[in-house]
Design a protein around this ligand. Structure first.
Ligand code: OGA
Ligand code: MN
Length: 279
């Protein structure tokens, strides 16, 4: 019997008793997608899978799509990317991991950002490397009334890179650059499945608020990010090998803790699930 058990924090639930091969059966897929919209983060323990198995499982949440960076796509199954965040022994680190060290939501630089991301651990370090999640419904609800009024109806420009980000992103090929012009999204979005409002923030990609001077926009974006940085909105997932974790990009942010030993492998398979235009 499949059971959805809340994790007790500000977001997240664990799915127990699921045979992963049955995830696409409509009654089960419905339980999974509802759990995602309600809890924003679902953890499904199990054993490591092949890229094809991961893609098929991910389809329970929607349509798996390819991700921007070609070099990360896994050969025979392009919807699955292989993310290596191992810290290299020469003291350098994987660029994607460094980028993901600050709070972000995935792919907000697209007009139709992925609604969810699935991460599946293939290799994990002996300790450290947890992934943290932030509930952006509760961040929105915690803002002072005056701030909520200031951002009501406001839109913001997201880009692949912005000087506001703490670290620079992975370089793009010219084909990838052509696919990532700046886009505009509402600062507050309404979750299409639950109707709840969420602050749609992305410190890695959000450049400015439309219609405000740069200084005022920077100050307001910093004020909004400060609320999201409060631990009361956060839950940290400590990985076991084989875990599947799916999060809702429409109402969460996430970050990775880069606090694991040099040279110990950290390898994840990753699938993005197609989303809608934020409203
Ligand atoms: C991602 C991401 C964090 C991690 O795949 O989008 O941010 O813990 N990953 O690897
Ligand atoms: Mn991410």
């Amino acid at each position: 019997m499949i059971e959805v058990v809340p994790l007790g924090g500000p977001l997240g639930a664990r799915v127990e008793g699921l045979d992963r091969r049955m995830a696409n059966e409509s009654a089960i897929a419905k339980i999974l997608t509802r759990a995602l919209a309600e809890h924003l983060l679902v953890v499904i323990p199990g054993a490591p899978m092949t890229p094809a198995e991961t893609r098929d499982f991910a389809a329970a949440f929607g349509k798996p799509q390819t991700q921007l960076l070609r070099y990360k796509r896994s050969g025979a199954v392009p919807e699955v990317s292989v993310m290596v965040s191992t810290l290299m022994a020469d003291g350098t680190t994987d660029k994607t991991a460094i980028r993901a060290e600050d709070w972000h939501t995935d792919d907000s630089y697209f007009a139709m950002p992925a609604k969810a991301t699935l991460l599946h651990s293939i290799e994990i370090p002996s300790h450290g490397g947890s992934t943290w999640f932030c509930n952006m419904h509760s961040v929105y609800e915690a803002l002072p009334e005056a701030t909520r009024k200031r951002i009501e109806g406001r839109r913001a420009i997201h880009g692949y890179d912005t000087p506001r980000a703490r670290n620079r992103p992975s370089p793009r090929t010219s084909e990838e650059i052509a696919e990532t012009p700046d886009v505009e999204h509402p600062l507050v979005r309404t979750h299409p499945e639950t109707g709840r409002k969420a602050l749609y923030l992305n410190p890695n990609r959000l450049d400015r608020i439309v219609g405000l001077e740069r200084a005022e926009s920077d100050a307001l974006l910093d004020e909004l990010a400060d609320e999201a940085r409060k631990p009361r909105h956060h839950f940290g997932h400590v990985w076991n090998k084989g875990d599947i974790v799916v999060w809702d990009n429409r109402a969460t942010m996430h970050r990775v803790m880069i606090d694991y030993p040099l040279g110990e492998k950290r390898i994840m398979q990753r699938v993005l699930i197609e989303g809608d235009r934020p409203v």
